[in-house]
Write a protein that binds this ligand. Structure first.
Ligand SMILES: [Zn+2]
Length: 143
C-alpha cells in the first residue's frame, strides 16, 4: 500500500491509500478519487515522497500507531468502567427501569444499580429525571 498526499484543484490537501502508483492512476482516471472537502474528482498527487508500507517489517506511519494506542486506551477505560460498575452496583437485570423508578421515588434504598433496558425505556427514564447512562459493550436486549 502507498500513502499519497493528494491535492484537488481547490488546493485542498488530503491523504489516501492506494495499492500502488498504478492504483492511483486508474482510480483517478475513473473519477473515483474525490476530494473529501469539496467532492471534486480533479485530484492530483501533491509533490511528496510516498510512505511505502509494503511488508510487515516496515514501520507504519506514526499517526496510525497513535490512533491505535488511543483506541486501546478507550477500550481499557471502558473495561475499567464496567468493572467498577459491576463491583459497586447491584445487578437488577430486566427489573432495571422499575428499580430505577423505585430508587428515584424513595421506595427503594438509594444505591447504584445496573441492568438491562431498552433504548426507549432509557429515554423515558431520562425524561422522568432519572439519570441513566449506557454502559458501552453491554449487550442490550430489544423488547
Ligand atoms: Zn477540494
Amino acid at each position: 500500500m502507498i500513502l499519497y498526499q493528494l491535492r484537488c484543484d481547490q488546493n485542498h490537501e488530503f491523504e489516501a491509500w492506494f495499492k500502488g502508483s498504478a492504483g492511483f492512476e486508474t482510480q483517478s482516471r475513473k473519477g473515483e478519487v474525490e476530494c473529501p472537502f469539496c467532492g471534486t474528482a480533479k485530484v492530483a498527487r501533491a509533490p511528496m515522497a510516498p510512505n511505502l508500507v509494503g511488508n510487515a517489517s516496515a514501520p507504519e506511519p506514526r499517526r496510525s500507531e497513535q490512533s491505535r494506542a488511543l483506541a486501546n486506551q478507550v477500550v481499557e477505560a471502558v473495561q475499567k468502567l464496567r468493572r467498577h460498575v459491576e463491583e459497586s452496583c447491584d445487578y437488577v437485570g430486566e427489573a432495571f427501569p422499575e428499580e430505577a423508578r423505585r430508587i428515584h421515588s424513595g421506595e427503594a434504598e438509594t444505591r447504584g444499580i445496573y441492568g438491562e433496558t431498552t433504548a426507549d425505556e432509557a429515554r423515558r427514564l431520562d425524561e422522568e429525571g432519572i439519570e441513566v447512562f449506557r454502559l458501552p459493550g453491554t449487550p442490550r436486549r430489544n423488547g
